[in-house]
Structures are given as structure tokens and as C-alpha cells.
Design a protein around this ligand. Structure first.
Ligand SMILES: Cc1cc2nc3c(=O)[nH]c(=O)nc-3n(C[C@H](O)[C@H](O)[C@H](O)COP(=O)(O)O)c2cc1C
Length: 163
């Protein structure tokens, strides 16, 4: 039985987090990027890790959709959940709780944020506009964490490796 890491990403930072985690996990690990792949059969996986970025307080839509479409089988697995986001600490934890369906959140053995990067060069005009507006009010960018949170990934990998 192996592990699946399945994730969405808009500007690839979440993919970087997923690959960093993959390198810390023991045994066979498959990766699915929901931006260009899909999967029909989850039955061979013992552990499933689901991750995605937070935009305007919400989990990327394809990741949430994957959770909803596969809820029954996911609830029978060992689950880990992660997000990439600019916020840290309690703000980030609140976002994780709000991002995933409640049943899945409660079932997960581990959940955490892995850091975030606002890639202004790659960002669309619309996304840059939102960042500009938000950073004038309460702020994604002043609270931001532009690095991968290695400590959080290490702790997450420990839980998954030992469950
Ligand atoms: C338009 C926009 C809105 C965002 N909204 C949030 C937010 O509500 N909360 C947060 O913590 N981070 C927010 N972020 C930061 C992203 O979650 C972060 O950049 C993430 O790492 C992006 O991942 P990706 O490159 O895989 O798409 C936002 C970024 C952009 C560009």
C-alpha cells in the first residue's frame, strides 16, 4: 500500500511544497497535480495527502471539488491535509479549518500550513489588483511568509511516516 499526494496550484508554490514533502516520506509515493491530471481509483492508497493554496480565504476550487467528489473513500483512508498560504500561526490554522470539508478536517491525522509565496511577476492582472487592495487594508503581504515552513513539513512527514 502506498501514499498519494494530490494537490492543486495556481503559481506552483504548492507544487514546490508537495515535492518537498514527497522527499521526506518513506515508501512509494505517487503525486497527482490536479491542474493537469485526475485519478479515478484511490483504492490502492493507504495514506492520502491533500494540499492546495488559499486564495481570498478559500481553498483552490479543484482541490475542494476533489474532496467533495471522493468523500466516502477518503474517509476510509489515513488522511493528511496541508495548505500553502501567506498567513501564519492562528490565522493560517483558521484558514485550514475553513478550507476543507468538516468531516475530512476532523478525520485528518495531521493538518498544517507549509508557507506561501505571492509571485507578483507571474500573477495575473486581477490577482495583482487583489493583492494591492488587500495590502492596503488588513493585509496578506505584511503577514506573509515567503519561505517554505520546513519545520511544519518535517512534523507533518513524521506523523505520516509513523501512522
Ligand atoms: C489574489 C491572491 C489572494 C490571496 N489570498 C490569500 C488569503 O486569503 N490568505 C492567505 O493566507 N494567502 C493568500 N494568498 C497567498 C497565496 O495563498 C500564496 O501565494 C500561495 O503560496 C499560492 O500558491 P500557488 O503558487 O500554489 O498558487 C493570496 C495570493 C493571491 C495572489
Amino acid at each position: 500500500m502506498s501514499t498519494l499526494i494530490i494537490y492543486g496550484t495556481k503559481y506552483n508554490f504548492t507544487e514546490k511544497c508537495a515535492i518537498t514533502l514527497e522527499n521526506k516520506l518513506e515508501g512509494k509515493v505517487d503525486m497527482i497535480n490536479l491542474e493537469n491530471e485526475s485519478i479515478n481509483d484511490l483504492s490502492n492508497y493507504e495514506k492520502i495527502i491533500i494540499g492546495g493554496p488559499i486564495y481570498a480565504g478559500q481553498l483552490r476550487k479543484n482541490v475542494r471539488q476533489f474532496c467533495m467528489n471522493n468523500m466516502n473513500i477518503l474517509l476510509s483512508k489515513k488522511i493528511g491535509l496541508f495548505v500553502s498560504c501567506s498567513m501564519t500561526g492562528d490565522d493560517a490554522r483558521k484558514q485550514i479549518k475553513n478550507a476543507f470539508p468538516e468531516k475530512l478536517y476532523n478525520k485528518a491525522l495531521v493538518k498544517n500550513y507549509f508557507g506561501g509565496k505571492v509571485n507578483l511577476e507571474k500573477a495575473s492582472f486581477f490577482d495583482r489588483l487583489i493583492i494591492k487592495l488587500v495590502s492596503k487594508s488588513d493585509n496578506i503581504t505584511s503577514n506573509r511568509n515567503d519561505e517554505i515552513c520546513m519545520d511544519n513539513i518535517d512534523r507533518f512527514a513524521d506523523v505520516i511516516n509513523n501512522c
